[in-house]
Design a protein around this ligand. Structure first.
Ligand code: UDP
Length: 470
């Protein structure tokens, strides 16, 4: 069995009054025909970066809607993640060489993870390239497989795309954030365009009183009585942290006491991070107004919340971007954003809503100054940005789009298990239990069989989750 991520519980109802009511009602109706369906989300890391952020919110909500949803992660060592970072960079258009040894590291990891993938689901979402080859090796079983690509693959390196293409060609459907990201000649017929979304109730985005936010920032050394610009991002060259420092230095010529915070997380599947971190530190030197924070020193969701809430401007100076959740996160707090005109960012800041789009370091510096010198304009941009996020980029909208796809893919499938299903299959992981194998447990009149003690324990915690619920 693959490693799983524990996500806790959440209810769709708790979004009432936060997300638009008609949206919540639409999500509930869309989920109705899917009750009892088993859905797996599979990715490479349980924390750090946008994908884990999304899954932490989405998986428990699917569960609340009567769908048995799990989140599993693949295993991989440092060498594997170096290869997948190269593949990621290549798919985003960097000139990357993928030698025979790197290809073999990737494939051997896919074989190991495919062997550990023993469960059965109705739908399997595979996120990004890291786990993409598992389908071809494991076989589809009785599942529908969906490749969810979060990155900008509009102009991939030909060498890397040639390697990845056959793996994704086997999927039943693919999801991209934007139409423009679909690579030329993409081999999957069913392609959906679904932008990601943020969770307004997560610790990172929930309403944090200003006094508390101020205390949090002061605690880590930020002066809240002075102007502050912040970029929150993985430490990654595509996020252009050195460009942010350069733009900040230009802005500081006009606003001498301006502080810069670079808040970056180092993710499990991102070995480049430390290297970028060292380069940032070297560039920042001993400038007391530049602050560099990481998750490794405990700067987590609440601190990010406080930074996005109390900064005068947040920056997202990406050179390439899938979506850039941080943009919606800032706008949701009413904070205006200065951001690179790339990937999914203009989607969030269309028509001048939310802040200023920039193409160069100079434009970035000038935009920071413009917003700091005109607080009224900054506040109005932030406010309109917040409305736009409420309308388009909150997690119930993402659920609605994905449920619509699942309904189409699963048309005619009996998600409500026939009585016999639970007799020959483990109701938790879906594995077929041969003869008298496994362990059993009696609930009321029914006797259930499980592949392992773990599945039995999960079932006994919450039988309703795995049984027919109509
Ligand atoms: N993030 C964080 N702490 C950090 C840096 C990033 O929690 O120090 C979060 C950020 O708030 C956002 C996600 O990581 O939720 C990054 O998602 P985004 O789509 O912006 O970029 P990605 O990392 O997926 O390229």
């Amino acid at each position: 069995m693959l490693d799983f991520v524990d996500v806790g519980r959440r209810t769709l109802e708790s979004y009432r009054g936060v997300a638009p009511d008609p949206l919540l009602d639409a999500v509930r109706s869309a989920a109705e025909p899917l009750r009892g369906a088993r859905v797996l989300h599979l990715n490479a890391t349980p924390y750090g970066g946008g994908v884990s952020e999304l899954l932490r919110s989405e998986v428990p909500l699917l569960d609340d809607l009567g769908i048995v949803a799990d989140w599993h992660i693949i295993r991989g060592d440092e060498r594997f993640f170096q290869v997948t970072k190269a593949i990621h960079n290549g798919l985003q258009g960097a000139a990357v060489e993928l030698g025979a040894e790197q290809r073999s590291v990737y494939l051997s990891n896919a074989r190991t993870n495919a062997a550990a993938f023993t469960e059965e689901y109705d739908f399997v979402f595979v996120h990004d390239p890291q786990p993409a080859a598992i389908l071809g090796i494991r076989g589809r079983g009785s599942s529908q497989w969906i490749w969810r690509c979060h990155i900008d693959t509009s102009a991939p390196s030909p060498e890397v795309w040639e390697f990845v293409r056959p793996f994704v060609a086997e999927y039943d459907a693919a999801i991209f954030t934007m139409e423009e990201f679909v690579p030329p000649g993409f081999p999957v017929k069913r392609v959906e365009i679904i932008p990601p979304a943020i969770d307004p109730l997560s610790p990172k985005n929930l309403r944090l009183p200003e006094t508390v936010a101020a205390q949090v920032l002061e605690w880590i050394g930020i002066r809240v009585d002075r102007p502050l610009v912040t970029q929150v991002s993985r430490f990654d060259p595509w996020k252009d942290p050195l460009g942010v420092i350069a733009a900040y230095r230009l802005a500081r010529r006009e606003i001498p006491n301006l502080q810069l915070a670079l808040v970056g997380s180092l993710a499990l599947d991102d070995p480049e991070g430390w290297d970028v971190y060292r380069r940032i530190r070297a560039e920042a030197g001993d400038d007391p107004l530049i602050h560099v924070f990481t998750n490794v020193v405990g700067v987590g969701n609440i601190e990010v919340n406080a930074f996005q809430r109390l900064s005068d401007v947040t920056v997202q100076k990406s050179l390439r971007e899938g979506f850039g959740l941080v943009v919606s996160e800032s706008l949701w707090k009413g904070t205006p954003v200065v951001a690179g005109r790339v990937g999914g960012i203009p989607l969030q800041m269309a028509d001048g809503v939310g802040g200023i789009l920039v193409d160069t370091v100079e434009e970035c510096g000038a935009a920071i100054v413009a917003l700091l010198e005109d607080p009224q304009r900054a506040a109005s941009l932030g406010e309109r940005g917040r409305d736009r996020v409420r309308e388009h980029f909150l997690v119930p909208r993402l659920l609605l789009n994905e449920l619509a796809l699942l309904r189409e893919l699963g048309a005619g499938r009996p998600f409500v298990r026939a009585e016999g299903w639970s007799r020959d299959r483990d109701p938790v992981c879906g594995m077929v239990i041969e003869g008298g194998a496994g362990v059993s447990w009696t609930l009321g009149e029914a006797r259930h069989r499980f592949c392992s003690e773990r599945c039995r324990a999960l079932f006994s915690e919450d039988p309703a989750r795995y049984l027919i619920r109509r």
